[in-house]
Ligand binder design. Sequence first.
Ligand code: GLU
Length: 478
Amino acid sequence: MTVRVRFAPSPTGYLHIGGARTAMYNYLYAKAMGGKYILRIEDTDTERSERKFEISQIEDLKWLGITHDEGPDVGGEFGPYRQSERGHIYKAWGEKLLDAGHAYHCFCTEAELTLKNEIALAEKRDPQYDGKCRDLSKEVVASRQAAGEVAVIRFKAPKKAYAFNDHVRGHVVFPEGMVGDFVIIRANGIPVYNFAVVVDDATMKITHVIRAEEHLPNTLRQLMIYEAFGVTPPEFAHGSLLIGEDRQKLSKRHGATSVNLYKEMHYLPAALLNYLCLLGWSHPDETDVFDVHSLGIMFNLERFTKASAIYDIIKLNFINGQHIHKLPVETVLGEVEKVIPAEHPFHKMDHAWKMNCMTIFREKINLFTEITSQIDVLFSLEVSADAEYIDAKSWETTPKIREYLEIEIANAKAAGKKFVTEEDLNNWSTHVKGELKIKGKQLFMGMRAVLTHQAHGPDLKFIIPLTPIEILEKRIHL
Ligand code: GLU
């Protein structure tokens, strides 16, 4: 059996990170099993579905490296891959159910059903459909239709319990009577989600449905429909729900929830995928940082976790940092060039300097956008207001260091140097220690205070050789 899985987004908005996670799990499972991963666009909600969202979702999936084998843009032998183009298939499959007596035309009006619902609720009864149209004869249906009455197609929900084995949830039982006869095709011919999904999954030969837990209740209706068609249902794996720190379903109030926003914020797609993968699945080596695309056969359905996964941006940022730290310096440079403001002096520096700079600063960032504030220490003329800095400035030893360094920097500049070296820095320390007799904290914090106007920061041997000499000169005179 060739594994065939699908991701079936509705194009009613931008790709949600929860959707990206589902897409990735399906994609990874197909890769692990040598199967096929299908993209199906569920656009039956004609009012909310828009082509621009389909396009942007496909783009975002591509950005993440989740590429489908079949789909509306690439085709495939089981198309069309947009539900809006499959009306004829739903119609034919709806007729199969009508013919076999598993479904019937229902002429009840919205107003009638609403009233019955209200009464049932008031009487504390389950507001299931009462079956009024269940046994209408073919002739009655034909004559009412001929008279212009519109009908929905309603499924005869069997009165019995259903059960299935979920790869994540284990043995799931739906007791008898949970749903009444439900609509599968609306009066306008548009299929209802649970029906369209079964028809599509059956005709597209889907073998495994991997989706989030929120779809678990839908599985009952879907199992009923599979049974009526005499089709073996696919295997199911309902992954964990994505929630915010307040344990509510993840939504915009929790921050950025769509993939395109992470793209705009210059996150690494590999890091976003890595983090999303951990939200509901665990690596066999128990590692948190890995390349999702290299998982191969390590990805399986047995390592899914049941518990809801809390979306934690701090962890995402940490993982993004871990991925940045492993990137080639050249790549990091290419990325930071995009985020450092155009007027920043960084852009005027030569390539070798930039590469040295990134060798040092790549380690210090979790996000590319943090680079500008990090490299400030190389260019800033700001004087810290920090109490420790003010203290260091007030020591009687500090002006002596300043006087000495003023001469050293002036000499270096006069000799045509654009930067001082690590060796210069070592010589200065030796001099301050040996000749000026300044040691310990007075020495290293005093040098830092004079050269950077800060009390703390990265190791001087890394940052001073990268600081333009004019900046050092200005700082000395401030
Ligand atoms: N269109 C559904 C959604 O976006 C897909 C549900 C399913 O995977 O069965 O949630």
